[in-house]
Design a protein around this ligand. Structure first.
Ligand SMILES: *[C@@H]1O[C@H](CO)[C@@H](O)[C@H](O)[C@H]1NC(C)=O
Ligand SMILES: *[C@@H]1O[C@H](CO)[C@@H](O)[C@H](O)[C@H]1NC(C)=O
Ligand SMILES: *[C@@H]1O[C@H](CO)[C@@H](O)[C@H](O)[C@H]1NC(C)=O
Length: 385
């Protein structure tokens, strides 16, 4: 029996130091005494020039959607904020616990806010929040919240881009001295399927008014890298492949009649790709991504290939007509000796026309392949620079 009691006492001691005389009335009286000393509007300092140290521990729980078009990042963060009220102390004993929870609207809390939040965010909820008061006067409040902060997105290197987003926390007033813990807790962080976390760190900044005041703030910098594999498979590989295939239209024999079909279908594929890529990019012109520029150039090239194909087909048809005309001509004017005028030799004409056309096709093929190579090398050198 004694051992069980001892264990029970140990158990209770371990949790909250509650043993011996304990009554609800006694606790209630005690808390009333404590709250009487609290004044929600008055900072817990005795000296008008004294500052209150407010310690912030920041953790990040989830990285949500980074909206390129709206230029915002959704994150779920938690903040553990601690300050000291030297008046609110007691010695924990048989009657009093180590800590009590107090509603935030009955005590003074530091007013902090998130400067770059899209919707106004106050860090410490006055109405619904609670703070934990420790026996040595420390007050600790913890908030978990999903926030949406503005973030300047630079998609020039899409899909190999790295984005740096910031969460800026500052005090709204009072003689508060913000002290942020250098380690940002990422233990609870869940992997985002589009963005990988490269690093997260913080620094202090001064938010300065022109004449009146300057506030210290904490900037949390979140560096994210886009997971590129999906986009490489979905956009880059098919479009680079298309670019190279495009020029090969000149190797098709013109007699097959497929040249136009091929060049027009690759032109259309580009048009679709460009639209599709632009849909997922921010609609600003500050940072034009290199990849759509490449696609645009390839579309122009594709258009020029269509024109070149037309010219080549025209040459081919001319050559077909020419190769038939001299046969008729030579048949009607057979009195003229063919050997005297070699240019009228049907064999010769046919060969010359087709040689010229073949030369034209070859030049077009080489030029388009060369331009594609240059553009592709340009693209990759910029993307991986
Ligand atoms: C709580 O009870 C203890 C022991 O009976 C007593 O000494 C103490 O004054 C009481 N505290 C309050 C606030 O009533
Ligand atoms: C108030 O703080 C200032 C600066 O810390 C100090 O010089 C002054 O003596 C303090 N006054 C009182 C009444 O404690
Ligand atoms: C009060 O105690 C807690 C936990 O033991 C400690 O973290 C905190 O720094 C203490 N506060 C003061 C003012 O000593």
């Amino acid at each position: 029996m004694y051992i069980i009691r001892l264990l029970l006492i140990q158990f209770l001691l371990h949790f909250d130091c509650v043993h011996g005389v304990y009554s609800r009335q006694n606790q209630s009286n005690f808390l009333k005494d404590i709250l009487e000393k609290c004044e929600p509007l008055v900072e817990p300092v005795d000296n008008i020039s004294a500052t209150i140290d407010v310690q912030i521990d920041l953790g990040i729980q989830a990285i949500g959607v980074l909206k390129e078009r709206e230029q915002t990042l959704k994150t779920t963060i938690f903040l553990i904020i601690q300050w000291v009220d030297p008046d609110l102390t007691w010695t924990p004993n048989d009657n009093y616990r180590l800590s009590y929870e107090l509603p935030n609207n009955m005590i003074w809390t530091p007013s902090l806010f998130i400067v770059n939040a899209v919707v106004e965010e106050v860090v410490i909820e006055k109405e619904n929040g609670v703070s934990v008061l420790l026996h040595n006067g420390s007050l600790i409040t913890t908030t978990f919240r999903g926030i949406e902060t503005s973030c300047v997105v630079n998609t020039a290197k899409f899909p190999f881009d790295v984005q740096v987003c910031e969460i800026i926390i500052a005090r709204a007033g009072g003689n508060i001295n913000l002290i942020a813990s250098p380690n940002i807790n990422t233990e609870l962080l869940k992997e985002n399927n589009e963005w990988g976390l490269l690093s997260i760190n913080f620094k202090y900044v001064l938010i300065r008014g022109e004449r009146i005041s300057r506030y210290e703030g904490v900037v949390v910098k979140i560096k994210l890298k886009r997971k590129a594999l999906f986009h490489v498979l979905k956009s880059i590989v098919p479009s680079v492949l298309l670019s190279f295939i495009n020029g090969f239209v000149f190797l098709l024999p013109p007699a097959s009649g497929e040249r136009m079909t091929m060049s027009i279908s690759s032109f259309l594929s580009y048009a679709i790709y460009v639209t599709y890529i632009y849909e997922s990019l921010p609609a600003n012109s500050d940072s034009v991504a290199y990849f759509p520029v490449y696609l645009c150039w390839m579309m122009v090239q594709s258009g020029m290939i269509i024109i070149a194909t037309l010219v080549s087909l025209k040459l081919y048809h001319q050559e077909q007509n020419d190769s038939q005309a001299p046969v008729l001509m030579s048949a009607s004017s057979s009195k003229v000796a063919p050997s005297e005028n070699p240019s009228c030799d049907p064999e010769n004409v046919k060969t010359r026309g087709s040689v010229e056309r073949k030369k034209f096709d070859k030049i077009c093929f080489n030029v388009s392949l060369g331009l594609t190579c240059i553009a592709t090398i340009w693209l990759f050198s910029l993307l991986f620079a």
